[in-house]
Ligand binder design. Structure first.
Ligand code: PMP
Length: 404
């Protein structure tokens, strides 16, 4: 079977995990908030490709934009200027916080982070980075170096030298860690894979103040938090903070194409004017992905998806808090912002059983990659009340089944 081929040729360990959670199925097609497997079972997608499918699956405006571009010119030759890529850069500059008017395009979150780290070194001439415990920035060597999870890092060492790890949410610890070798501080405004951790109010503002004072760059990793997920276009907008570099990916491609954008102040991205190809990628920001992103940005702004995330998030949180009151022995905490929500279970095994029970009831969720006690709920921002009620009913059933 296809599942066996996946197990043999792609990832036997993951296949085992999928089998355990009852997700050893083959996907067939998807539409909006729903996915179907090849046996005809329908799932409500409350994971959304780890927070990528903010517009749901196959948003018609994004699909149409990609189809148009497919008929014109899907790939750039690179020695001419691409129209969709350039228009996307200009649009991102309009939407970016503060003076982040230039962009480097990549294909994934990790690539976006790699670019941020490299340009931070180019610009400051310094080697060191400060990252946070529980932070997740990707798994390529540079991004992994600032993703301090022992299980992922240990087998890959040696990684980038000069990375310091400080507790998340503690601005004072960052102040103490900054030294004359520090190029940049990299931080998620809300930790995603770390288990949907929201820092104390004022944390980002304080990081901005002290990095400015000490001449260190602030990199906001908005790969997961960006583009409306937390209820504002960018999560840094909650504190009115303008980072030096902001990384966007995941939802940027509208759930149809992979693309990342590393936004920065122009003096950072143009530090080596005489070496215009000092960092580059064949596919980064290709016309097809750029056309998808332009359409996605239009939908996010026109349909007010950040506001929708707040409204639907509040509705979902209310139901989750009721379930916490009903199942206090399982649910330790409900947290998050907008539609970036997490349920912390009293232990990781209970979380695993709940994920499996939810899958059996046709709802897809998953753990935080850095924190298996937390099951994250990141449905598409186009989710409606009926879908939230459907998910809550399934969760109530799953918790009931776990109790027995
Ligand atoms: N940064 C953050 C905050 C992320 O959540 C992720 C992916 N979960 C990444 C970077 C890496 O993105 P990708 O998987 O596209 O490389």
């Amino acid at each position: 079977t296809l599942f066996e081929q996946f197990e043999r040729h792609i990832n036997p360990g993951l296949a085992g995990l999928l089998r355990f959670t009852g997700l050893d199925r083959v996907e067939s097609h998807a539409e909006g908030v729903y996915v179907w497997d090849t046996e005809g079972k329908r799932y409500l997608d409350f994971l959304g490709l780890y927070g990528t499918l903010s517009l749901g699956h196959r948003h018609p405006k994004v699909v149409a934009a990609v189809e148009r571009q497919l008929g014109r010119m899907p790939m750039s030759v690179r020695v001419l200027v691409s129209e969709p890529t350039t228009r996307l850069a200009a649009r991102l500059a309009e939407l970016a916080p503060g003076p982040l008017s230039m962009v480097y395009f990549g294909n994934s979150g990790a690539e976006g982070v790699e670019a941020a780290l490299k340009f931070a070194r180019f610009y400051t001439g310094k080697p060191g980075f400060i990252t946070t415990e529980g932070g997740y920035h990707g798994k390529t060597f540079g991004a992994l170096s600032v993703t301090p999870r022992e299980a992922y890092q240990a087998p890959a060492r040696p990684l980038l030298p000069g990375v310091k790890v400080v507790p998340f949410g503690d601005a004072q610890a960052v102040a103490q860690a900054i030294d004359s070798d520090t190029a940049a501080v990299i931080v998620e405004p809300i930790q995603g894979e770390g288990g949907i951790r929201v820092p104390p109010e004022g944390y980002l503002r304080e990081l901005r103040r002290m990095t400015q004072e000490r001449g260190v760059l602030l990199i906001a990793d908005e790969v997961q938090t960006g583009l409306g997920r937390t209820g504002k276009l960018w999560a840094v907008d909650w504190e009115g903070v303008e980072p030096d570099i902001l990384v966007s990916a995941k939802a940027l491609g509208g759930g149809v194409m992979p693309i990342s954008a590393t936004l920065a102040r122009p003096e950072i991205l143009t530090i080596y004017k005489d070496q215009p190809l000092i960092h580059s990628s064949t596919f980064g920001g290709n016309p097809l992905a750029a056309a998808a992103a332009l359409a996605a940005l239009e939908v996010i702004v026109e349909e007010g998806l950040p506001e929708r995330a707040l409204e639907m998030g509040a509705c979902l949180v209310q139901g989750l808090l009721e379930l916490q009151r009903a199942f206090p022995e399982f649910i330790q905490e409900v947290r998050g912002r907008g539609l970036m929500l997490g349920l912390e279970f009293t232990d990781a095994d209970i979380g695993a059983v709940v994920v499996a029970e939810l899958a059996a009831r046709g709802v897809i969720t998953a753990f935080g990659l850095n924190n298996p006690k937390v099951v994250r709920l990141e449905p598409p921002l186009i989710v409606e009340r009926v879908h939230i009620e459907e998910a809550l009913a399934a969760l109530a059933g799953a918790l009931e089944a776990t109790r027995v």
